[in-house]
Ligand binder design. Sequence first.
Ligand SMILES: Cc1cc2nc3c(=O)[nH]c(=O)nc-3n(C[C@H](O)[C@H](O)[C@H](O)COP(=O)(O)OP(=O)(O)OC[C@H]3O[C@@H](n4cnc5c(N)ncnc54)[C@H](O)[C@@H]3O)c2cc1C
Length: 382
Amino acid sequence: MHAFRFDAIDLPPEALAARRRIREFLTSEQKRRDFVSYRNSWNSFDPEFSRRAGAAGFIGVTWPREYGGAAQSSLVRFVITAEMLAAGAPCGAHWIADRQSGPQILRNGSARARRDILPRIAAGECYFAIGMSEPGSGSDLAAVRTSAVRDGEEWRINGQKIWTSNAHRAHYLIALTRTGEAGPDRHGGLTQFIVDLSRPGVTVRPIRNLAGGHEFNEVFFDDYRVADDMRVGGVGEGWRMVTSELAFERSGPDRFLSDYRLLVEMIEHLRENPDPRQEIAVGRLVAHLAALLRMSTAVAGLLERGENPALEAALVKDVGTAFEREIPEIARLLVPVLPSFEAGEPFAEALAQVMLHAPSFTLRGGTREILRGMIARGLGLR
Ligand SMILES: Cc1cc2nc3c(=O)[nH]c(=O)nc-3n(C[C@H](O)[C@H](O)[C@H](O)COP(=O)(O)OP(=O)(O)OC[C@H]3O[C@@H](n4cnc5c(N)ncnc54)[C@H](O)[C@@H]3O)c2cc1C
């Protein structure tokens, strides 16, 4: 039986200093670039913003200096990412590379991959996509069929990925491939490779999302050749890599702050003359947010201590994304304004934006049912 580890964490002085620095940076970026907070989330792609964030030292902050990092703690990184989301900064270009691909390469990539790729990510100039899901293999990643076959010093990849966010504008993706037999526990025979999306043998086709936008894609591999030193981790170790990477993917503030700006716009709307029902609803949401903030900070603390936060990360994502989905439902009941992109009104636009994206919050990065299965197992219930 596993107990959840959500210890209260006092942010260290360097994290508080980082919060001051990132707030100053975001205020000056907002003035300079005039980004509209309620239009952005961590899927808003703005290479110029990412380049400036990299130059100011806000990407790859936990990585060693030799790879362009700032050798800071996970708590410093936590504060920086939370502030970017809270400000509605267009931070999507570097988000996945900073959150999970870079840390994966740092821990399990070859010397060449670390040397060539990490400094470019930290500079905000190199973006990654995640090549895990396939048609017929989303929740059940062990069923991946895209194959990689060894050919001398290279591998040849054939197959298809789906729902690949940003593949049309990223430089690389990390592909989970089948290189051998699955074995009795179904988790064997999987290997990850860094795929350069500019090279021949890989084709990216758009899929439109519910909002009509182009964020994710299908990706096809047709005898794509990749050098062995672009392998991430050992041959057959893909399952272990992916599960540890998903802990990074699931634990952060991006799992409860995706629609934070709608909460802010709602409070702005109600500020002047709230009735008791509105006060109670807003108070409840803000208390919920405070609890999530504490839980997610505790996961950053586990990462900092080198402990595996997979179980706690699954819980934060499940509770956090349920919170994200609740915000638009409560907002539309409390504020008598219809969602609209044309009204020229921040609340109406934020609500329209969030309503079209919210269904995906509890799917991307692992569905609720899968997370709850993990939590039940962690608690010894199955
Ligand atoms: C906005 C968005 C962005 C995404 N970006 C990426 C990306 O960049 N890279 C990438 O690789 N993937 C990405 N995905 C894919 C995402 O990870 C998958 O959609 C998700 O893992 C679910 O897989 P699936 O769609 O195949 O659904 P399925 O696995 O077919 O699941 C269908 C339903 O069955 C339920 N279910 C499945 N298995 C079980 C079980 N064992 N027990 C109980 N219930 C179960 C699920 O919870 C779900 O409700 C993205 C998805 C979205 C929505």
